[in-house]
Design a protein around this ligand. Structure first.
Ligand code: SF4
Length: 70
């Protein structure tokens, strides 16, 4: 799994940061920062939920195909 985020459309809701602080943080303006672009497989489900829960769909996930897809 590779994670990225479009900071131009992030609306500073902080939802992803609360959900997966190991992967998402915020800059001084509150916009999302991806701090781990290749998170471990055990975080994959939570990262997917964070992406689905982002109100502006700012989070992008590319699958390597190796993780649990639940
Ligand atoms: S959930 Fe989406 S809008 Fe909210 S901080 Fe994260 S990337 Fe930005």
């Amino acid at each position: 799994m590779r994670v990225s985020a479009d900071r131009d459309v992030c609306v500073v809701s902080s939802l992803c940061v609360y959900r997966v602080p190991e992967v998402f943080d915020q800059d001084e303006e509150g916009r999302v920062k991806v701090v781990d672009r290749t998170p471990p497989a055990e975080l994959a489900t939570e990262v997917r939920r964070a992406a689905q829960g982002c109100p502006t769909r700012a989070i992008r996930i590319e699958d390597s195909g190796a993780e649990d897809r639940r």
